[in-house]
Structures are given as structure tokens and as C-alpha cells.
Design a protein around this ligand. Structure first.
Ligand SMILES: Cc1ncc(COP(=O)(O)O)c(C=O)c1O
Length: 412
């Protein structure tokens, strides 16, 4: 069945029953519900019945075809996760002991792990206060003769300052890896995110706009890495060429790993990829409703709304408000939970986490990272979120923001 605007799973329970402090039943709004389609569920059952479960099968090839067309790139390699795609990137780039990789500290552990596992040092730099994306000026200041790569995270699916960042990487002669884990469906100056850097990585984790449970993809934008990407993913063997009938048997060619996507996950994912635009549009409508609803609160200095630069069309992955103070964020988080609205903070900055302190180093001020991370609050947002749930979230936030003890203005 096609994934139509009337969601195929429209009947599923989107809101959970709960009770208010007085014991009266209320409906609570979860933070997210993973995206799904009936076509995907049916495809998994069909593949399982047909025994089409071997990695690199027709569903994986279909996902790769759809992503190649979407990103207009020649080589896409499906992986078991975005973490796997990032690790593949580090292997492809030959990152090793003594190398430095510049990256934002406001990022997920995987962005750093991939390079730390190769013996490199992550050099954490600050983000821009408005987008929470890596600051080009901070990147430039952190370059050393040992810098081998720059990792750019497109936070919330909003494009980082790619014009400047691409120029910095080009001038320094280093690779740029786009961690586009959250950014499928977004673009920068009309070009899909993930297709601008040397390599790009996508996540299909349950929390992302499209989900295969766990899953990922590597976009190989530099053709020099195309052949090796497949080899490294498939145990260091040329199994993908064998599967395509290009060679009579496959062999161990070089050191590699098993980073491939599960074929059943690919079967589940492919129908979502086919309806990427429609799924993205639905999320954008919810995002826009939030944005309009909080305009007044922003004018009153009670919160700051997300910023999407003109160069970017975003995929509405996250709707996050920034509160004037860290205490205000924590209070609002708890108040919304009491109201049955599950909001969330985001990354604890990597530079301040135990492994970040052990393996990485900081260059420059981390003011925006520290402040933004402490004041950011993500609201519930998922594919088929009912309008009533969206309005419930808006009403709860506005009621709490109007609380008389509110701080006066949003700094920064
Ligand atoms: C920016 C970023 N990079 C990488 C990852 C890791 O992705 P995966 O869970 O697919 O391994 C995530 C989170 O899931 C993320 O948010």
C-alpha cells in the first residue's frame, strides 16, 4: 500500500493514556514515534517469506538506487548505522595515530568515536549560537599541520555554513565529512545535505525522519573512494562485485569489516525513501505550526525559536526552543513532563564528557556550545503526529512560559 497523506497507520495509538495529579485521565504526548509504513511492514514479511534476507540483496540495492537519485551521487553504500558510515569514512580517509580531526563538541558520540577508534585526536571547536552548527571561524583557528579532516554536523537537519566550511577544507587540503545523520531531506543552496563534502553519512535510526530501526548510509561524493567503500563495508572482500555478477568468486582483498545494512531493514526502509518528500512535508507543517505559535513568546523574550539560514531548506527534523537560562530549561522540561508532554534536552557537549576529556582537546571558547546545550529544549515531533497533540504541546508550553517567575530576556 502506498504511503498516503492519510497515514497508513492512522489508527495506531499516538497518545498514551495517563492520569493527572488528581487522578483524572489525560492523554500524554510522547517525544516521538518512529516513522513506519504498511508497505514497509509488508515488504519485510515478503522478504522473510521469500528468504531474501542476505545482506546486499534487492532491497539494499533499491535503497542505494533511491539515495543515489535523491543526492545525485554515483556511489551510495548502505550501512548498519550512521555510526558504521562514520567509521567507514575514517577508514577510507586513512585516519590514524597522530592525526587531528576538527569537529563540533555539540555532537553525538559517534562523530568522535569513528576517529578516536583509529587513534586520531578530535579537536572540539565551538558552534554558532543561532544554529548550533560548527563555527567556520573556530575551525580556521584550530587548523594545524596535523589536521586531516573536518567533521560537520548539520544539527536538527539545518545546514551548517557550508560555503565557508567547504572553502576552509579546500584551502587546507583536508577532507570534509558531513555528518548528515539528521539531515536527510534537507538542502543547502538546492543541493541535498550529505552530498557536498568528501563523504556524507545518513542515519536511519528510530529517532530520525526515516527509520529502519537502526540503519545508515555513506554517500561517496569523491569517486576516488567509491570502490574501496564497498570493500571495506563487506569484510574487505569484493563480495558486492560478485553479487552484481562482475566477477566469478569473491576474495579477501584488504582489511575491512562487516558494516552492511540488514536486508530486512532495507526492505522496511525502501518505501519510506520513496515517499521522502511527503514525509518531510508533513513534518514541515508541524514545525511551521510550532514556529508560528511561539512567535509572540519570542517577541516577549521568553524563548528563542530555531533559526534556519536562507541558504537552507530544512527537513524539520527537530523543533527546539532555547530558554533564557539553563535553570529555565530544566524547570520547563519538568513542568511539561508534569503536563504529560515529553520534551527533551540534547547532547551533553563531547568536550565535557568523560571520553571527550580523555581522547580529545578543545580549541578556543566553548561558550555557545555550553550555553546552547544547557538551554535547548526539543518538543515532540513525529511524522503522523495528530494536530490535537501539536496543539496540546503548544498550549502546555505557552501556559508554562507565562508563569510569573519567568526571566526577562534571552541573552545571545
Ligand atoms: C549527529 C549524529 N551523528 C551520528 C549519529 C549516530 O547515528 P546511528 O544511530 O545511526 O549510528 C547520531 C544519532 O543517532 C547523530 O545525531
Amino acid at each position: 500500500m502506498a504511503h498516503t497523506d492519510a497515514h497508513p497507520f492512522a489508527g495506531r495509538a499516538a497518545l498514551a493514556d495517563s492520569r493527572d495529579p488528581a487522578g483524572a485521565p489525560t492523554r500524554s504526548v510522547p517525544f516521538l514515534r518512529p516513522t513506519t509504513t504498511e508497505a514497509g511492514v509488508a515488504a519485510v514479511a515478503a522478504a522473510a517469506r521469500a528468504g531474501l534476507t542476505k545482506a546486499g540483496g534487492p532491497a539494499t540495492r533499491r535503497c542505494e538506487r533511491l539515495l543515489r537519485a535523491h543526492h545525485d551521487v554515483d556511489t551510495v553504500v548502505m550501512t548498519h548505522s550512521c555510526t558504521g558510515a562514520l567509521e567507514l569514512s575514517a577508514l577510507l580517509l586513512g585516519i590514524g595515530e597522530g592525526d587531528e580531526v576538527i569537529m563540533p563538541s555539540f555532537a553525538f558520540a559517534s562523530s568522535a568515536n569513528a576517529f578516536v577508534l583509529r587513534g586520531a585526536t578530535p579537536v572540539f571547536v565551538d558552534v554558532q549560537a543561532d544554529t548550533m552548527n560548527i563555527d567556520p571561524a573556530a575551525v580556521r583557528a584550530a587548523l594545524t599541520p596535523r589536521t586531516r579532516a573536518l567533521v560537520v554536523v548539520h544539527y536538527a537537519g539545518v545546514a551548517a555554513a557550508m560555503d565557508e566550511l567547504l572553502a576552509i577544507a579546500r584551502d587546507a587540503g583536508i577532507a570534509l565529512v558531513e555528518d548528515a545523520a539528521q539531515a536527510l531531506g534537507s538542502s543547502h543552496r538546492g543541493r541535498p545535505l550529505g552530498s557536498l563534502g568528501t563523504l556524507g553519512t545518513i542515519s536511519f535510526d528510530a529517532t530520525k525522519n526515516l527509520s529502519s530501526g537502526t540503519g545508515g548510509a555513506l554517500l561517496v561524493n569523491d569517486p576516488a573512494f567509491a570502490a574501496e567503500a564497498e570493500l571495506l563495508r563487506d569484510y574487505g572482500t569484493d563480495r558486492a562485485r560478485f553479487a552484481r555478477g562482475e566477477i566469478a568468486r569473491y576474495r579477501w582483498v584488504q582489511a575491512g569489516s562487516n558494516l552492511a545494512m540488514n536486508e530486512l531493514a532495507a526492505a522496511y526502509l525502501a518505501p519510506q525513501l520513496e515517499h521522502l518528500e511527503r514525509i518531510t512535508q508533513r513534518r514541515r507543517r508541524i514545525w511551521r505550526r510550532y514556529h508560528d505559535a511561539f512567535a509572540e513568546a519570542e517577541r516577549a523574550g521568553l524563548v528563542r525559536r530555531p533559526v534556519v539560514p536562507e541558504t537552507c531548506e530544512d527537513n524539520a527534523h527537530i523543533y527546539a526552543l532555547t530558554t533564557p537560562t539553563a535553570e529555565g530549561r530544566t524547570r520547563l522540561l519538568h513542568e511539561l513532563a508534569a503536563d504529560g508532554v515529553e520534551a527533551a534536552f540534547h547532547y551533553v557537549p563531547l568536550h565535557s564528557a568523560p571520553a571527550g576529556r580523555r581522547h580529545g582537546r578543545v580549541h578556543g571558547s566553548m561558550r555557545n556550545t555550553d550555553e546552547g546545550s544547557a538551554r535547548l529544549l526539543r518538543l515532540p515531533l513525529w511524522d503522523d503526529m495528530p494536530a490535537a497533540a501539536v496543539e496540546q504541546v503548544i498550549a502546555a508550553v505557552l501556559a508554562r512560559l507565562a508563569f510569573p517567575s519567568r526571566p526577562a530576556a534571552v541573552p545571545g
